[in-house]
Design a protein around this ligand. Structure first.
Ligand code: CLF
Ligand code: SF4
Length: 529
């Protein structure tokens, strides 16, 4: 789709003189500081107006590289890469690669042959699966034969699927030609430091030049290879995403420098993820009691990086065998025995036509968002809110099962998406995993305290439906349960609620008060707050 297919804020601006000044702010990417003169810098929320058409073509249906796309398109990983060439203190390979996956063993390691069959099976069942990634369980480039054999065959057999890989970067410079040969135009490099003095606290050893190298020397080699690999990929036009694991007391403030350095070398996105470390995972950090960041600490580092390399905030720290939309895992539907019993029909035309429907829905969401921004800036024509502090920002939690809509019951949510609302802006800032409230048709009241704790910094929770008991508990906790916008697009619903909130403040019905901290469960993949 060309970039002109999207309705811009500018289109809607015509005839709305009264809000033109504020709309300028929205149109120029007012949710963050400018990355350059007139350049929007909303991280992976950027759209076709914010980048060259050829880049938009690469990211528009990649759920990790486009925040908007992650509501509509799925990805899958095939676990063909078991070996690794370094040791990270947050990894125990009995569990997944922490680069790109949450702890939990992969169910099945695959040969390239099995991997190709699995991809074709998923592609025929999930036509909005647009990206195939190799993200472990070890390092994709420490297993070059299996990795590139899989890509080579898929390039020929499933030409509409984007190819993506994740690596620690040690072997990257030597593999750049091979990466380009198979049109792998998305590469993630995990870079946790640009100073080997920091690096030696994270990496006890690397395997390099047929020997094990330890200490500062290991970190120096890794750093050199990562920077060189990133520069080479940028020079060849491959889109790069940098993953950094935030380790409090080790590299937290240092990640601001990492952000600066990777931006200088052409990184497209920076994904700062919380360390997951629990003693039972058996990692070095888990065993010595190194904690992960709180939600507030993570957001503080992410916010401090704004204006640098664009930030990704919707990462779900997926398994190395994940299948489905980010945040859902359908891998159990595609085990080898189930695939063997499936009739696999990889129908390119059918996939394209389904994806056209997805694009139409996405366009509707985009139009709804822009209209909602305009309406919010006009305060919906409702009560005057001139006296209400224009700087008020609140967080809301949203229950969604995809399609960009408020379309999930409170009791069915296993995660809430978190949006930050200010006047005329609804910005996705992260997600929170929660325990399922509805267990087999009845509410499990014991789960409520942990759910409330996970969204405790939110002023409201937007759902399609909610029962009387959780509704009362939320109200008692000062969180407004809202089901008035069921099946509306998220941004439209959130901004409409925010306008009504401001109007109630103006009428003296509520007093705006900041909310407390959300609780974050260690190892629970809660990305931001
Ligand atoms: Fe996979 Fe990674 Fe490609 Fe995405 S995941 S290899 S870029 S297709 Fe995405 Fe998962 Fe986060 Fe990775 S949400 S862990 S960023
Ligand atoms: Fe584990 Fe990945 Fe680090 Fe290798 S690069 S040690 S697989 S986290």
């Amino acid at each position: 789709m060309s970039s002109t297919a999207f309705v811009s804020i500018g289109d809607l601006r015509k005839g709305r003189q009264a809000v033109s000044a504020v709309l300028q702010t929205v149109a120029s990417g007012g949710c963050s500081t400018s990355a350059g003169a007139g350049k929007a810098s909303c991280g992976s929320s950027d759209g076709p107006d914010d980048m060259p058409a050829e880049i938009w073509e690469k990211v528009k249906n990649h759920p990790c590289y486009s925040e908007e796309a992650h509501h509509h398109y799925a990805r899958m990983h095939v676990a063909v890469a078991p070996a690794c060439n370094i040791q990270c203190n947050y990894c125990n390979r009995k569990y997944d690669c922490s680069n790109e996956s949450r702890p939990g063993v992969v169910s099945q390691k695959l040969t390239p042959d099995q991997a190709v069959k699995k991809v074709l099976a998923v592609a025929s069942e999930i036509p909005q699966m647009t990206v195939l990634g190799i993200a472990g369980p070890g390092d994709a480039l420490a297993n070059p034969a299996k990795t590139f054999e899989t890509f080579r065959r898929l390039q020929a057999q499933a030409p509409d699927i984007k190819l993506c890989l994740s690596t620690n970067g040690l072997a990257l410079p030597q593999m750049v030609d091979e990466i380009c040969r198979y049109n792998i135009d998305h590469v993630t490099i995990t870079i946790n430091m640009v100073d080997p003095a920091v690096g030696e606290k994270i990496y006890p050893w690397i395997f390099w030049d047929h020997r094990r190298v330890t200490g500062r020397e290991a970190a120096e080699i890794l750093h050199r290879q990562q920077m060189r690999g990133l520069e080479m990929l940028s020079a060849r036009g491959v889109l790069t995403k940098i993953n950094s694991v935030l380790i409090p007391g080790v590299n937290d403030e240092h990640l601001i420098e990492v952000n600066r350095e990777v931006k200088k070398r052409g990184a497209f996105l920076h994904n700062i993820m919380p360390l997951i470390s629990e003693a039972e995972h058996g990692t070095h950090f888990g065993l010595i009691g190194q904690r992960g960041p709180t939600a507030r600490e993570l957001k503080a580092v992410q916010d401090a990086c704004m204006g640098g390399a664009n930030l990704m905030r919707h990462c779900r720290q997926c398994r190395a065998d994940a299948v489905g939309l980010l945040g859902e895992d359908r891998s159990e539907e595609f085990t080898l025995d189930k695939i063997a019993a499936m009739e696999v029909v990889y129908d390119l035309d059918k996939r394209r036509s389904y994806q056209q429907q997805v694009e139409a829905e996405r366009q509707q969401q985009h139009v709804a968002k822009v209209e909602a921004q305009v309406a919010a800036l006009e305060d919906g024509g409702g009560a005057r809110t001139d006296d209400v502090d224009p700087g008020i920002k609140v967080l809301v939690a949203v229950a969604t099962e995809g399609h960009g809509k408020v379309n999930q019951h409170f009791g069915h949510a296993t995660e809430f998406q978190i949006y930050e609302l200010s006047r005329g802006q609804a910005t996705f800032v992260g997600h929170r995993r929660v325990d399922l409230y509805c267990q087999g048709g009845y509410g499990e009241d014991e789960q409520l305290p942990s759910i409330l704790g996970a969204i405790n910094d939110c002023h409201a929770v937007l759902v399609s439906k909610i029962g009387a008991c959780p509704r009362d508990e939320l109200k008692a906790a000062g969180i407004e349960p809202v089901d008035a916008y069921a099946h509306e697009f998220i941004e439209k619903a959130a901004l409409a609620w925010f306008t009504s909130y401001r109007e109630r403040i103006a009428r003296g019905e509520v007093t705006h008060q900041p909310r407390g901290d959300a609780q974050i469960r260690q190892g629970a993949y809660i990305a931001a707050a």
